[in-house]
Design a protein around this ligand. Structure first.
Ligand SMILES: C[S@@+](CC[C@H](N)C(=O)[O-])C[C@H]1O[C@@H](n2cnc3c(N)ncnc32)[C@H](O)[C@@H]1O
Length: 214
């Protein structure tokens, strides 16, 4: 794991404060998108990439899901997630790891949820792994922040540690993402945009891994 990854320097209270600030409102948006994604795909096995401290995980409680894996690079986020959800989500497995380095077994997930994570990792490398980790007919759900001419990628809030992301975040255009996903046999089946604040627009897309044995 790269020790200088800026995400290791952002305390959870600063992250949560920034993401839920009135000028940002992304924590709430991501919570809702996660709930809608679960309702739409009803996965029996699920992986959440960049799971933070489990934003939206309350929507997993009492759902018939056999396997839930959450992955994040920041040990504080992972530990808090474990503390909050250990009682209610007994099949939750949390992994503290760098997604650029992590390897998992092939064909294990019905759904992989990746909300605002591709902006911080090697896109091709992660897509190639996701394509292997998904079962046939499995779905990748993605949230990307669209590049904006009026809004800076990291909004202004009183939470100073979050500013470190400004020089690290790289925007990923949905068209470019779609092309890359296709190269890894992931085909877009659905997409829509949400504007949370003026100029801050997010792309939400679903990509399916084909079942080659028909
Ligand atoms: C913007 S937050 C994701 C928001 C979250 N998915 C949600 O729905 O609320 C990005 C998360 O990805 C994690 N992260 C960033 N780079 C990572 C990497 N290389 N490997 C694993 N996790 C990473 C960060 O620690 C952070 O928790």
């Amino acid at each position: 794991m790269k020790k200088n990854n800026p995400w290791l320097q952002i305390p959870l209270n600063e992250y949560d404060g920034h993401m839920s600030a009135p000028s940002v409102l992304q924590l709430q948006m991501l919570d809702k998108i996660f709930e809608e994604t679960l309702n739409k795909f009803s996965p029996r096995s699920l992986c959440v990439l960049g799971c933070t401290a489990g934003n939206g995980f309350q929507h997993l409680i009492n759902r018939p899901i056999d396997r839930i894996v959450g992955i994040d690079i920041n040990i504080q986020y992972v530990s808090e997630c474990r503390a909050w959800f250990i009682q209610d989500l007994q099949n939750l497995q949390l992994i503290c790891a760098d997604l650029n380095e992590l390897e998992l077994a092939d064909s294990i997930f019905d759904l992989i949820h990746a909300a605002l994570i591709f902006e911080y990792v090697d896109v091709d490398k992660l897509l190639s792994k996701i394509s292997r980790w998904l079962k046939p007919n499995g779905v990748l759900s993605v949230v990307l922040q669209l590049p904006s001419e009026t809004a800076s990628p990291v909004s202004e809030t009183p939470y100073q540690s979050v500013k470190i992301l400004e020089s690290f975040i790289h925007s990923v255009s949905p068209d470019e993402f779609k092309k890359k996903a296709e190269e890894f046999s992931l085909e877009e089946t659905n997409n829509y945009n949400i504007e949370v604040k003026k100029g801050k627009i997010f792309y939400i897309g679903a990509f399916e891994k084909p079942n080659l044995i028909r």
